[in-house]
Design a protein around this ligand. Structure first.
Ligand code: SAH
Length: 248
């Protein structure tokens, strides 16, 4: 069981697989006023940077589940590196339908809401692992500017304009689901650059090391086209943020 190989190649050197910088991740942890011993559940935990750094900085405990074997291994190594392996656990697996027996003070899904069919399904899933008074975290894109055409939306790698909404509508939608938005931290273009541009060096080095790989042609094409595509579309039109929610 694993995610498509292309992601394990392009994001193999990422610690954070979204447009957050380490500073934004720390800002989010501080904004949530995390208390020592808070249990954090992270669905689609990637390489574990959120759980590991929050375990170090705020003494939280927690579990992450991710379908990438590579990222999960990296998460375990990171936990050891930061001296928090006794506080955090990383499981390689499918987070679809995952409900924790030990209810969490924070239940998160950052940049992987397709796990439960979108934002609504993910909120419903996470809520089942939350203890009373706990906080849900949803990391999700929104339109910074509404794409003028469907072609522009596709340039952002969305299927259509209707995949995402503008920030005010996204915030209002949480209210319609019966949740208060109690905090948010938004990525910026610098963070998008760190997420996207970091893939380019990784691709370049991977191509040099794997010229005859069956997927090398695809990676080559991606490296050639991505800088321009990213600058023209994603960087201009797409925002990303983490929204902290509590049921009303
Ligand atoms: N939250 C992490 C990773 C975001 S990228 C971070 O912010 O760094 C999306 C992640 O979802 C990837 O790590 C990918 O491996 C994982 N993923 C995709 N489908 C999944 C599934 N069905 N179950 C668990 N993880 C999944």
């Amino acid at each position: 069981m694993d995610i498509p190989r292309i992601f394990n190649i392009t994001e193999s050197a990422h610690r954070i697989h979204n447009p957050f910088t380490p500073e934004k991740l720390a800002t989010l942890g501080a904004a949530l006023r995390l208390e020592t011993g808070t249990r954090v559940l992270d669905l689609g935990s990637g390489s574990g940077e959120m759980l590991c750094t929050w375990a170090r900085d705020y003494r939280v405990i927690g579990t992450g589940i991710d379908m990438s074997q590579l990222y999960t291994e990296q998460a375990k190594l990171r936990a050891e590196e930061l001296g928090v392996a006794d506080q955090v656990k990383f499981i390689h697996g499918d987070a679809t339908g995952y409900i924790s027996d030990d209810k969490a003070g924070v239940a998160a899904c950052l940049g992987a809401t397709w796990i439960a069919g979108g934002v609504i399904g993910t909120i419903e899933l996470l809520a089942q692992s939350l203890r009373p008074g706990g906080i849900l975290l949803i990391g999700e894109p929104y339109w910074r500017q509404l794409p003028p055409t469907e072609d522009v939306a596709r340039g952002c790698l969305a299927n259509s304009i209707s995949d995402f909404v503008m920030l005010p509508e996204l915030l209002a939608s949480f209210g319609h689901l019966g949740y208060d938005v109690i905090e948010m931290v938004l990525a910026d273009q610098n963070g998008w650059d760190r997420y996207e541009a970091a893939k380019w060096l990784t691709m370049r080095r991977w191509l040099e090391a794997n010229p005859d790989d069956e997927i090398a042609k695809d990676v080559r094409a991606k490296l050639t086209s991505e800088p321009k595509r990213y600058a023209a579309y994603t960087r201009e039109y797409l925002g990303w943020g983490v929204f902290a929610l509590m049921p009303r």
